[in-house]
Design a protein around this ligand. Structure first.
Ligand code: FES
Ligand code: FES
Length: 859
């Protein structure tokens, strides 16, 4: 037993691998979060030990004996309130998973330095903390506010356009809003997965005898225990939830078994004791070669071509031949990890009425429900999925990770089971951003007006479909960026390999395509002898122009030229002051489009006491969809924002697919507004479910043979300026001008864009998730991902402009994804201006790309 003082009272704990486990698993203190234990690389578990901020996942119990530990639960209530108010008021948190750890560190810093604490100091000390959502800018705003000693004002906001604080931000800041792993349930069992040891191997046998005999183990389940279908998938059902004996692994994230035991440690130890005999096979790890390989990357699937997208307009060969200038270039982008701070977690529990309740952190509660029911071989009505706001996703939680296996264990045992992935398991399992090889041929006339584009893209999608075909379709659709091309010929291929699965990730193929397109724009500008701004201005899309796959652009496209015009003075200033400068212009669709009919529903219901429940179908993952829901209800109903509760679960049929493609705000706002209108027409009677709907049924597929298909109902636009120091090559500043149609909440919009630019700088300069010739990922810790740390993040200034999207509620365009679409191209142009070298592959690596610094106690 180990004794120490926790929040002023003596405690005694048993054996645990580290202090964090003792706090969370035995003492039920959950404000310190577990983002990476025991590696000490995210800072989420930071606590005060004898007044010093330290990561608790690296603190052995031996070292803690006799010491005084303070968590946020033990901080003075007035001080807690001040910290929470500062973070909420400045928009310094999004998903909030990193925030409690950061608040603890800031408390230690402020206790020591008081009003002397500067932004720069804080940025240095926050090197021990990762935040994947905010880009740190608004966290440092909160630091400045706290250091002044001022009392932050918390404004819960009003309707559309208000800068009110994020829904639940006060609770999130202090770690009081539970994530799934924080849930405590009587009789809970812990689940742990046994993952594959080879990326491609026949599974000869799976022996669970030794694992079952281990202390604390309740059961071990494999494919043999699955009563329903073995394979799941959002679009294609090709992803086995377990690889059975006689089956074949296809990547290192494949699952062979789940153990249920009375503690997490016991479950993990037993998972490691599941004995698997393999017959290893040659993994297919080169996407280009896999296209022609005689062998199949995936068990029981024929061929390695997942998808092919193509479209053509005009005579590209003739137009290129007649062009005054031509550029031919091959670009290569890298695989990237989402690095959301909360590893995937699922809790499943049988209900007294015979149903199974599943708490999921995924991005599509109805998809999760349907897939779980199919694995269990039961009706969808027997499964209720509650969507728990997660600690970041960025697309990486669209596919199920451990939901089906956890649900299976709970269903078969009729006991609650919780399974939370370790960071390493998370890195292995969920889909990544696609590496894509992009070959571009472009031409322009002597004035720099584009004449033709031919693009060929090959994306490494890993073994299972996920949404890989859609990512490559979106890359093809966005091949030309926001420019007008009289002749265009584009083809993209998604290829199955035995590398990590690739799927949705903020930007969804548009980033890769526009890194290439912006690259050729700058090369053409140099040939013609005009500036980067000028060549973009001469080719940017306007209303009435035919864009990309043939879509005739509506008045929403006024945003493209408006972004360029707005950024021009800053661009000219930077150039004339001798800075190295790069400009990127981007376009990104919102919604699924491509001919799909999207019907989105929402419900509002009034209680007798005047409270209002808003039910919608979207995942809150930090982006602020619950805040949008609240603001729409306030706008339409004029109710007090603090009386509004937002709920997402599958008890009503509101499902509209995944929270993806920048569609939540756009479509959710439409459905909630409609529900509010119906309520008002009926007098807002308590207890009535007022259902609203928003539908987009006017898009067409680019492969339908329609001459001018409206492939998407809405697009957002952005221009980003990257300014480098001429002497050092370091990024001095980023100016991000974004047309969002209508900024529902400008505070949250700014935060989204700053976070996305931070992610985009990492994409441009440092981040990657490579795998070796065996399909084995090489960067298996958070630190090795080379996410840019706070002290290396340049000032990111955001300017919002509003060119409304026709036919969209309030003119909203959706802006979750576009934030990093132009960034890599702008960085590449700035680096070229700095040293004269054209870059064509990512990451570009530059001194700015400093990687993780100290992680343990430093204050
Ligand atoms: S959980 Fe301790 S530093 Fe990440
Ligand atoms: S708010 Fe920091 S990781 Fe989400």
């Amino acid at each position: 037993m180990t004794q120490f003082t926790l929040n002023g009272r003596p405690v005694e704990v048993g054996d645990h691998p580290h202090l964090l486990a003792a706090l969370r698993e035995e003492l039920d203190v959950t404000s310190p979060k577990d983002g990476c234990s025991p590696t000490g690389q995210c800072g989420c578990c930071t606590v005060l030990i004898d007044g010093k901020a330290s990561v608790s996942c690296q603190m052995s119990l031996e070292r803690i004996a006799g010491k005084s530990v303070t968590t946020l639960e033990g901080v003075d209530p007035i001080e807690r309130e001040r910290f929470a108010a500062a973070f909420a008021a400045t928009g310094a948190l999004q998903c909030g998973f990193c925030t409690p750890g950061i608040v603890v560190r800031l408390k230690a810093l402020l206790d020591k330095k008081g009003s002397d604490l500067t932004r720069e100091d804080a940025a240095r000390y926050l090197g021990a903390h990762l935040c994947r959502c905010t880009g740190y800018t608004k966290i440092l705003d909160a630091v400045e506010l706290l250091a002044t000693g001022a009392t932050p004002i918390v404004d819960h906001g009003g309707g559309i356009g208000s800068r009110g604080v994020k829904y639940e931000s006060l609770e999130l800041a202090l770690g009081d809003r539970d994530f799934i792993d924080d849930f405590r349930v009587p009789g809970l069992l812990h689940g742990a997965l046994r993952l594959a040891d080879h990326a491609r191997a026949d599974v000869v046998s799976i022996d669970t005898v030794a694992a079952r005999a281990m202390p604390g183990v309740e059961a071990v389940f494999t494919a043999a225990d699955v009563p329903g279908k073995l394979r799941v998938g959002i679009i294609h059902t090709d992803w086995p939830v377990f690889i059975p004996e006689g089956g074949r692994t296809a990547y290192l994230g494949d699952v062979l078994a789940i153990v249920a035991a009375d503690s997490r440690e016991a479950a993990r130890a037993a998972a490691g004791a599941v004995a698997v005999e393999y017959r290893p096979l040659r993994p297919l790890t080169d996407a280009v070669a896999a296209l022609d390989d005689d062998e199949d990357a995936v068990w029981e699937l024929d061929g390695n071509l997942l998808s092919h997208t193509a479209y053509k307009r005009g005579d590209v060969d003739a137009a290129l031949a007649a062009s005054a200038h031509q550029v031919h270039e091959v670009f290569q982008t890298q695989r990237v990890e989402h690095a959301f701070l909360e590893p995937e977690s699922t809790l499943a529990a049988p209900e007294p009425d015979g149903t199974l309740k599943v708490y999921s952190g995924g991005q599509g509660a109805w998809d999760d429900r349907n897939q779980i029911a199919s694995v269990l071989g039961i009706g969808a009505e027997q499964v209720v999925v509650e969507q728990v706001s997660n600690g970041g996703a960025f697309g990486g939680k669209e596919d199920m990770s451990n939901q089906a296996q956890t649900a299976l264990a709970s269903w078969l045992l009729q006991r609650p089971v919780k399974c939370t992935l370790s960071r390493e398991e998370s890195l292995l399992m969920h889909p990544k951003r696609h590496p894509i090889r992009l070959e571009y041929w472009t031409g322009c006339d002597s004035d720099g007006r584009l004449t033709a584009l031919r693009a060929r893209m090959i994306g490494d999608s890993g073994p299972y479909a996920s949404v890989g075909m859609k990512v490559l379709e979106r890359a093809a659709g966005h091949a030309s960026g926001p420019y007008v091309l009289p002749a265009i010929d584009v083809e993209s291929f998604a290829v199955r390999t035995n590398n990590p699965v690739c799927g949705a990730f903020r930007g969804f193929g548009a980033n890769q395509a526009q890194f290439a397109m912006e690259g050729v724009m700058d090369r053409l500008a140099a040939e013609v002898g005009v500036s980067g701004w000028e060549i973009r201005a001469r080719n940017v899309v306007h209303p009435g122009d035919v864009w990309g796959p043939g879509q005739v652009m509506d008045d929403g496209s006024l945003g493209a030229s408006a972004c360029l015009e707005t950024i021009r003075p800053a661009y000219d200033d930077a150039v004339s002051s001798g800075k190295a400068v790069g400009l990127g212009l981007g376009i990104k669709n919102a919604g699924l489009g491509n001919g799909l009919v999207e019907i989105v529903k929402a419900v509002v219901r009034f209680s007798d006491d005047g409270a209002v429940e808003v039910r919608h179908c979207w995942t809150e993952m930090g982006q602020g969809i619950h805040t949008v829901a609240r603001q729409v209800a306030v706008e339409e109903l004029g109710v007090d924002p603090e009386r509004i509760r937002v709920v997402v679960d599958t008890t009503l049929e509101l499902g509209a697919g995944q929270t993806t493609g920048s569609r939540g705000t756009l479509m959710g706002a439409g459905a909630i507004a409609d529900a509010c209108h119906k309520a008002k027409e009926d007098g807002c009677r308590p207890g009535v479910d007022y259902a609203g709907e928003y539908r987009v049924d006017w898009t067409s597929s680019m492969s339908d043979g329609v001459e001018n298909p409206t492939i998407h109902s809405a697009f957002s636009y952005a221009a980003q300026l990257v300014v480098l120091d001429r002497d050092t090559g370091l990024v001095e500043k980023v100016l991000a001008v974004h047309d969002v149609g209508r900024a529902v909440n400008p505070l949250l919009c700014e935060g989204q864009i700053q976070g996305a630019v931070h992610m985009g700088l990492g994409y441009a300069l440092s981040e990657e998730f490579p795998s070796d010739g065996d399909g084995r990922p090489q960067n298996m810790t958070l630190r090795s991902l080379a996410i840019i740390r706070p002290k290396d993040v340049p000032p990111i200034e955001v300017v919002l402009i509003e060119k409304p999207q026709p036919r969209a509620p309030y003119g909203i365009k959706g802006m979750g994804e576009i934030g990093l679409v132009p960034t890599a191209g702008a960085v590449a142009a700035a680096l070229h201006d700095f040293d004269g070298v054209w870059r064509s592959s990512l990451p570009m690596r530059s001194p700015v790309a400093a990687t993780a610094t100290a992680a343990a106690s430093d204050e």
